[in-house]
Ligand binder design. Structure first.
Ligand code: NAP
Length: 264
């Protein structure tokens, strides 16, 4: 089996990364950062997001596992003092794979055929950099509403505990093949009206955002911000691809939610 280890880059994460690399090579696993079967991220959820983006072209062949070094660790659920245990699991036991949906984002530009396609593990957010963002929101081909406000966040169920949660969105179990659309400070009065509640769309419903004014806005895919110009539409839906996590022991989602946000 081929593996790679991705570190957040701080001293502790680098030490643990080296330790994992040495142990796994002692077990005669092959270090291969080009075509890994397993990607171990050492750091926080941000590190796992980076690892995901590095291997989006190999999602069918790669499984992710995260070790957290001090941060929240929603995705990164192994602790540094469990590294030996984790290494033995990876080397010796066949592991279970759990697959969760990811978000597909297609950005189309005015006056050109060019389209850009992205995958997000957490979410895509669209935010104005000055003034209000005004966008038509179409769902499954029909105009649903005209949004006016700070921005919109379209998240995966795995990302529902991240930015989406801060916007009052629901926490969704990551086994659900859905995307969630949450508003950022919408303007609601007699003139402008939006639904005001987060919407959860099933797999076969596409959500299309069409900018109506020419304010500058930024599109962020997980941790990466893209400055977009001349955007005609942003299309979001559940992607064909899925993210695969290597599971070596049960770690129920609701337990993780409780331990991360209420009490451990
Ligand atoms: P960051 O601003 O350095 O950290 C964002 C925080 O979100 C970190 O504590 C991170 O955990 C945590 N996180 C990431 N994914 C999560 C998930 N699925 N469930 C629960 N918590 C999660 O940014 P970053 O590390 O590059 O991560 C980018 C993410 O930040 C975006 O995808 C977005 O979801 C989130 N974000 C949140 C807000 C907000 O809540 N107001 C605003 C902007 C962006 P670790 O500490 O373990 O890395």
């Amino acid at each position: 089996m081929k593996f790679t280890v991705k570190s957040r880059g701080d001293h502790d994460s680098n030490m643990i990364t080296q330790k994992i690399k040495n142990y796994l090579q002692e077990f005669e696993l092959t270090y291969n950062s080009e075509e890994p079967d397993v990607v171990i991220s050492v750091g926080g959820d941000g590190t796992l997001l980076e690892a995901f983006h590095e291997y989006t072209d190999r999602l069918y062949d790669t499984a992710f596992v995260g070790v957290h070094t001090g941060h929240l660790g929603f995705y990164a659920d192994w602790k540094p003092d469990e590294v030996e245990k984790l290494v033995i699991h990876i080397a010796k036991t066949p592991f279970k794979i759990v697959e969760y949906p990811v978000l597909e984002v297609v950005v189309r530009h005015h006056g050109e055929q060019k389209t850009e396609r992205f995958l997000a593990l957490n979410e895509c957010s669209v935010k104005s950099t000055e003034g209000s963002l005004v966008m038509d929101i179409e769902i499954k081909g029909d105009l649903f509403e005209t949004f006016r406000g700070d921005g919109l966040c379209i998240s995966t169920p795995s990302g529902s505990t991240a930015y989406n949660k801060a916007l009052g969105g629901a926490i969704l179990h990551p086994s659900l093949s859905t995307i969630q659309l949450a508003e950022m400070a919408s303007i609601n009065n007699r003139v402008y009206r939006t639904i005001g509640s987060p919407l959860v769309l099933p797999q076969h419903h596409t959500c299309l955002l069409k900018p109506l004014n020419d304010v500058d806005f930024q599109v962020t895919i997980d941790h990466k911000t893209l400055l977009q110009k001349e955007v005609k539409s942003i299309q979001c839906r559940v992607a064909e691809e899925k993210v695969r996590f290597a599971r070596f022991r049960p770690f129920p989602f609701w337990k993780r939610v409780k331990e991360s946000f209420i009490t451990d």
